[in-house]
Design a protein around this ligand. Structure first.
Ligand code: FDA
Length: 400
């Protein structure tokens, strides 16, 4: 698949920047239409985020994918691409390669084997479509001339009638991720919705950290809300603050200065349970009572935090209400997030108002496309971000 060096650069029909999930998908689809496709990738290996995704098993889509699983300034934008190439289409592709998969939970589909299988499948699709791939390319400039786009790099100049930007977002900078795609968008006059880390752990200030320092590693099923957003999944205390699926999900909605509200015993009426225990076991200590509902270490910190008496019999109704509130209506104000260093994705990106939702082509610069994470469409945790990469990649691949 590697292109031979030509003394005179040929004009490709389509140049794709980035051999990640969206770029590889797009390359295969455009190539199958008979378009000559060249993919330029800065890294030594294609699909590195696919490789590390889903703990090495790639949560490649979600059975329940719908536009409601995505955040964007224009929540309707993703509809066309998602319906043009659905989770079922991608599952059919995976199955056509004999890749075994399973549903882990909540519609999240993972490879039985390894995420490498998804990368190999995408590369094979590119090979069948005669799409060419160049790795380790340092791109220094992109411009548009009369007959298309010119990409200047340390491996020479490349020319393409269409240019597809699939360079992802800046999350996990140590993998070489950057805001490169935003620079191209700005160069061509497209607006950017301010990017921010998403699906990212939240951090505590030093006082909160000191209070919860013994809880690192404790996990509990929870309902976490922020404004109207609400997720019931696991929550994990960390050395920096909070993580776990419920927190990663809410991080996409949380903004600095806001509280999140956490119910650590969802589905349980903790006040009623405590009143019952006070009646039946008045000599029981609060920490023992709470340990029936929560992990022991967490029970101990909550009992200590309320600062009441030891035995249930000595708790007034008011104090019991306070304890129940600490378990079920814990208002906590994170200091921040762990940032792009650990964020799974980036919120914001190329403003969809400048793009066609059907083709992902720029409305103002014919032949210029943006797909995948670089666009202001961000999925929930659970395979939705890859589905957006596949769907937007296919949409552009059908037209570029
Ligand atoms: P992606 O980042 O995949 O690809 C962009 C490509 O462009 C990269 O190969 C990059 O090197 C290249 N590039 C960047 N700048 C360039 C330049 N200047 N020149 C040339 N090339 C350049 N999602 C999901 O649905 N299920 C999951 O299980 C996971 N798990 C997961 C784990 C971890 C640790 C992370 C960080 C992320 C996930 N995700 C995920 C999110 C998912 O990885 C992400 O949404 C997609 O990879 C986005 O696909 P893109 O093709 O848009 O970008």
């Amino acid at each position: 698949m590697t292109e031979a060096r030509h003394p005179h650069p040929k004009i490709h029909d389509v140049i794709i920047l980035g051999a990640g999930a969206a770029g590889l998908m797009c390359a295969g689809v455009a190539g199958r239409r008979g378009r000559s496709v060249l993919v330029l990738e800065q890294a030594r290996h294609p699909g590195e985020k696919i490789r590390i995704s889903g703990g090495g098993r790639c949560n490649f889509t979600n059975l329940h994918t719908s536009p409601a699983n995505f955040l964007s300034d224009n929540p309707r934008f993703c509809r066309s691409a998602l319906s043009g190439y659905t989770q079922h289409d991608f599952i059919a592709l995976v199955e056509s390669y004999g890749i075994a998969w399973h549903e882990k939970t909540r519609g999240q589909l993972f490879c039985d084997g390894s995420s490498r299988q998804i990368i190999d499948m995408l590369l094979e699709e590119c090979r069948k479509a005669h799409a060419q791939l160049r790795l380790g390319v340092r791109i220094s400039a992109v411009s548009k001339g009369e007959d298309g786009f010119v990409v200047v790099s340390d491996q020479g100049e490349f020319r393409g009638r269409s240019l597809v930007v699939a360079t992802g977002g800046p999350s996990i900078p140590k993998m070489g991720s950057s805001g490169f795609g935003y620079k191209i968008a700005e160069q061509f006059g497209l607006a950017i919705v301010t990017p921010r880390p998403a699906l990212v752990p939240l951090t505590f200030d030093p006082a909160l950290l000191a209070h919860f320092k013994d809880l690192a590693g404790v996990s509990v099923d929870a309902v976490v809300s922020c404004g109207k957003a609400r997720f019931d999944e696991a929550l994990l205390f960390t050395h920096r603050g909070l993580s776990g699926p419920a927190i990663l999900q809410i991080s996409s909605y949380w903004r600095e200065g806001q509280d999140i509200v956490i119910d650590m015993a969802p589905g349980v009426d903790v006040l009623a349970a405590l009143k019952g225990l006070r009646r039946e076991h008045p000599r029981q200590e609060m920490v023992t009572a709470l340990s029936g509902l929560l992990p022991r270490r967490l029970a101990s910190v909550i009992a200590g935090g309320v600062g009441g008496p030891d035995r249930l019999a000595d708790f007034s109704d008011k104090l019991l209400t306070d304890v129940a509130a600490a378990v079920q209506r814990w208002h906590v104000r994170p200091a921040g997030t762990e940032g792009y260093r650990t964020a799974e994705v980036t919120l914001g990106g190329v403003d969809t108002s400048g793009l066609s939702s059907k083709t992902l082509e720029s409305r103002s610069v014919p032949g210029l496309y943006f797909i995948g994470e670089v666009v202001d469409v961000t999925g929930h945790l659970g395979g939705f971000n890859f589905q957006w990469a596949w769907s937007s990649g296919v949409a552009a691949g059908r037209y570029a």
